[in-house]
Ligand binder design. Structure first.
Ligand code: MEZ
Length: 623
C-alpha cells in the first residue's frame, strides 16, 4: 500500500471525526489541555497538537472517542502510524536529516527513525501537548529538527533518582497475574519469554517509554564456550576455561557457583537465542578472554540492537503483556516477607497494584545515576557514562526495600573506550579486531586486550587522561559496527599515517614508529613490548583512522545477591519466597571486574533461569 502523506490524510481523519461525531467529553478535556498548554508556550514553539489543529485534525482523531489513554499510548501510536506510516516507511521517506547531505550519501545519514533503538513507538519522541524531543538526545547531541519541538528544546528534567516510596492508597485498582517482570531489557524479555513458554501468564513492566534497557546499547557480543559456532570455526574452548577467565578477570571476588552456571549454560543460551531467530554466528574476542568466544551477528554487527529486535518480536508473537511508561514503585510482601506483587505508577493509569505468584527483578544497574555512583565510588564523581538514561538503580533500591541482600555495591566498572566528550561507547570489539591504543605522544602504553580495569587505569595515567584508538581500513572492514562511528562523526581519517598524525595532533615520527613496531610484532606473532596475546590484523592498509576515547562508567557489578536458581537472598541469607532476579540488578557473577561479553551472557542465561523458576513456582500453586 502506498504511504499517505500527512496532507492526504487530513480529509480522511476529518471524515472519520465527523462520522464518529466526537464532540465528546474526552475531546473537550483534551482540547482544554491543549489550550491551557498552548497558552504557556514560548512564541516560537508550537506543540504537535497545535500543528495538527491548524491542519484541521481534531483531538479525537488521535485520542479516539471516550478512550482513556493507556500507558503504552497504543491508540495514539496506532493513529500516528495510520496517518504517517510505520517507522520503516517514515525512515525511508526521510533518509537524510543533514540539510546539505548529497542525495547519493544517504547511507551515511543520521536517521532518528532508524536506529539501534529499533522499532520504538512514535510517542517516545513526539508529544502532543508538551514540547517534543528526540529520545536519542539523552545520549547524542544531534542537531535535528522535530515537529513541535526545537533543536534547542530543553529536555524535560531528569527523572528523580531517589525513589521515595509513595503512600499507597488502599483503594487502588488491583490486577492479578502469575509472574511480573520488572524491567524490559535483555534479562527482562528473556525471563518473560521463558516464563510464558513454561506456562505462566506474564506482565513485563518498563519505566522508560521504550523497552530495551542497556541491552539495546550492547555492542561487542555475548561470551559463550563450546558453542557450535566456535566448533565450526575450529576454535578450541571449554566451559572450564570460560570459568577461569571470568574468575581471573573478576579478581576472584566472583561467586564461583554463579560463574559455573554462567559458563556451563552459555552454549545453551546461544542455541536458545538462535532458536528465537537470532544470528550469533560471528565470533570475536574481548579483553581477558583466552580465546575467541564473543558471539555476535554476521560481519560483526552490534549484538544488542539485534537481540532487542529478536526478543521484542518473540514477545509480540506470544502476545506477552509488555507495558512501557510503567514504573514499579514498590515490591509487595506478605506478612512472612514473601514477595506477592508490585505497585506500579503508570504514566496515565497512575498507581495500581499487580498481585503475582512470583516477581522477577531485571531492572538493571545504576551507571546512569551519578549520585549513586559517586556515593559508592567517590573517585568516579563527574565521569561520563555509556549507559541508557533509565539505568538509575531503582531495581536495586526496590529489591533492598523488599528485604533483598545487597553485595559488592562499590564494584563499578569503567569502560576504557567511550568517545571523548560524549556518551558513545566505542566497542571493545574494535580492539579485539586489531586496533591499538596510543597516547598524545603517539606511543602505545598498554596491552589493549587486558581487562577493562587495567586498560582504563592505564588511559587515566596518560596526558589528558585520554588516548586514541588507531585502526586501518582492514580493521574497519572486519567489523560492521565501526560504520556507525563514521556516521556519528567520531572518526579522524588520514590517507597516510602522517596525515592522520597531523589530524589528531600527535608527533608524526612517533606514530609512524609505533605502527612499524606493531606491524613487525604482528608479523612475528610476538608483542614483546606489551605482551598483547592476540593480534588478528596488522595496521598497514590505507586509510588510517583514530577515535579519541576516555574511560566512562559502564557497569555496576554489585547488586542483589542471588543463588544459582536466581532467587533473591534475604539479609538473613535465605531465598525470599516468590522473588527472583537476573542481569545487572544482581551482584556476584562478575566480582571486581566484568569481562567484555559476559553481560549479555549473564542476562540471557540468568534471565532464562529466573523465568523458568518463577513460572515453576507460579504454576505449582495454580488451582
Ligand atoms: O560486555 C560489554 O560491556 C561489551 C562487549 C562492551 C563493548 O565494548 O562492546
Amino acid at each position: 500500500m502506498r504511504n499517505r502523506s500527512f496532507t492526504e490524510c487530513v480529509p480522511i481523519l476529518i471524515i472519520l471525526f465527523l462520522t464518529l461525531s466526537v464532540a465528546s467529553v474526552a475531546h473537550k478535556a483534551s482540547a482544554a489541555v491543549q489550550t491551557e498548554k498552548t497558552a504557556s508556550v514560548p512564541a516560537a514553539v508550537q506543540f504537535l497538537a497545535d500543528i495538527h489543529k491548524e491542519k484541521n485534525v481534531e483531538c479525537a482523531s488521535c485520542h479516539g472517542k471516550d478512550t482513556a489513554v493507556d500507558d503504552n499510548e497504543t491508540l495514539v501510536n496506532q493513529k500516528c502510524v495510520d496517518c504517517h506510516g510505520t517507522l520503516d516507511k517514515v525512515a525511508l521517506a526521510k533518509k537524510s536529516y543533514e540539510e546539505d547531505e548529497p542525495a547519493g550519501e544517504v547511507e551515511h545519514a543520521l536517521n532518528p527513525h532508524k536506529s539501534h533503538l529499533g522499532k520504538i513507538s512514535c510517542t517516545a519522541c513526539h508529544h502532543g501537548h508538551v514540547t517534543s524531543w528526540a529520545y536519542c538526545l539523552q545520549c547524542h547531541h544531534f542537531e535535528m529538527k522535530i515537529p513541535g519541538g526545537t533543536v534547542a528544546a530543553e529536555l524535560p528534567p531528569a527523572p528523580k533518582r531517589e525513589m521515595p516510596i509513595p503512600e499507597i492508597p488502599k483503594d487502588i485498582k488491583t490486577e492479578t497475574t502469575d509472574v511480573v517482570v520488572i524491567g524490559a531489557g535483555g534479562a527482562g524479555y528473556t525471563a518473560a519469554i521463558t516464563a510464558h513458554d513454561s506456562g505462566a501468564k506474564v506482565i513485563l513492566l518498563e519505566k522508560q517509554p521504550i523497552p530495551g534497557g542497556n541491552t539495546m546499547l550492547a555492542a561487542g557480543g555475548m561470551n559463550a564456550a563450546e558453542t557450535r559456532f566456535q566448533k565450526e570455526k575450529g576454535i578450541k574452548d571449554s566451559v572450564d576455561l570460560m570459568f577461569e577467565d571470568t574468575m581471573k578477570g573478576g579478581q576472584n571476588l566472583n561467586d564461583p557457583a554463579l560463574v559455573k552456571i554462567l559458563a556451563k549454560n552459555s552454549a545453551g543460551s546461544i542455541d536458545w537465542l538462535t532458536s528465537l531467530g537470532a544470528d550469533m554466528s560471528d565470533v570475536g574476542r574481548m579483553g581477558g578472554s583466552s580465546v575467541n568466544r564473543t558471539h555476535r551477528p554476521k560481519g560483526g554487527a552490534a549484538v544488542g540492537a539485534h537481540l532487542n529486535d529478536v526478543l521484542k518480536m518473540n514477545a509480540e508473537k506470544r502476545k506477552i503483556d509488555v507495558r512501557v511508561n510503567s514504573k514499579v514503585v514498590k515490591i509487595l510482601e506478605d506478612d512472612r516477607g514473601g514477595v506477592i506483587g508490585v505497585v506500579v505508577e503508570g504514566k496515565h493509569s497512575k498507581l495500581y497494584r499487580i498481585l503475582a505468584k512470583a516477581v522477577v527483578n531485571t531492572a538493571g544497574g545504576f551507571s546512569a545515576n551519578p549520585e549513586k555512583v559517586a556515593y559508592y565510588k567517590p573517585e568516579l564523581k563527574g565521569m561520563t557514562t555509556s549507559n541508557q538514561p533509565g539505568a538509575t538503580g531503582d531495581g536495586v533500591d526496590l529489591g533492598a526495600a523488599a528485604g533483598g541482600q545487597l553485595m559488592d555495591m562499590d564494584q563499578i566498572q569503567i569502560h576504557p573506550t567511550v568517545s571523548a566528550g560524549s556518551r558513545i561507547l566505542i566497542t571493545e570489539a574494535v580492539r579485539g579486531n586489531g586496533a591499538i591504543l596510543v597516547n598524545a605522544e603517539g606511543k602505545r602504553f598498554v596491552n589493549e586486550l587486558s581487562t577493562r580495569d587495567k586498560v582504563s587505569a592505564a588511559i587515566l595515567s596518560q596526558t589528558n587522561k585520554s588516548a586514541f584508538l588507531i585502526f586501518d581500513e582492514g580493521i574497519q572492514k572486519s567489523l560492521k559496527q565501526i560504520h556507525g562511528y563514521f556516521v556519528l562523526d567520531l572518526v579522524s581519517e588520514g590517507a597516510t599515517v602522517k596525515d592522520l598524525a597531523a589530524k589528531i595532533k600527535v608527533p608524526t615520527d612517533a606514530l609512524e614508529t609505533t605502527l612499524e613496531t606493531y606491524n613487525k610484532a604482528y608479523d612475528q606473532k610476538n608483542d614483546t613490548e606489551f605482551k598483547r596475546p592476540d593480534m588478528p590484523r596488522p595496521i598497514r592498509t590505507p586509510g588510517f583512522y583514530a577515535i579519541e576515547i576516555r574511560p566512562g562508567v559502564h557497569y555496576t557489578m554489585g547488586g542483589l545477591k542471588i543463588n544459582t536458581d536466581a532467587q533473591v537472598m534475604s539479609k538473613d541469607g535465605v531465598p525470599i519466597k516468590g522473588f527472583f532476579a537476573a542481569g545487572e540488578v544482581t551482584g556476584g557473577v562478575h566480582g571486581a571486574n566484568r569481562l567484555g561479553g559476559n553481560s549479555i551472557s549473564e542476562t540471557i542465561t540468568f534471565g532464562r533461569i529466573a523465568g523458568e523458576n518463577a513460572a515453576k513456582m507460579a504454576t505449582a500453586t495454580k488451582p
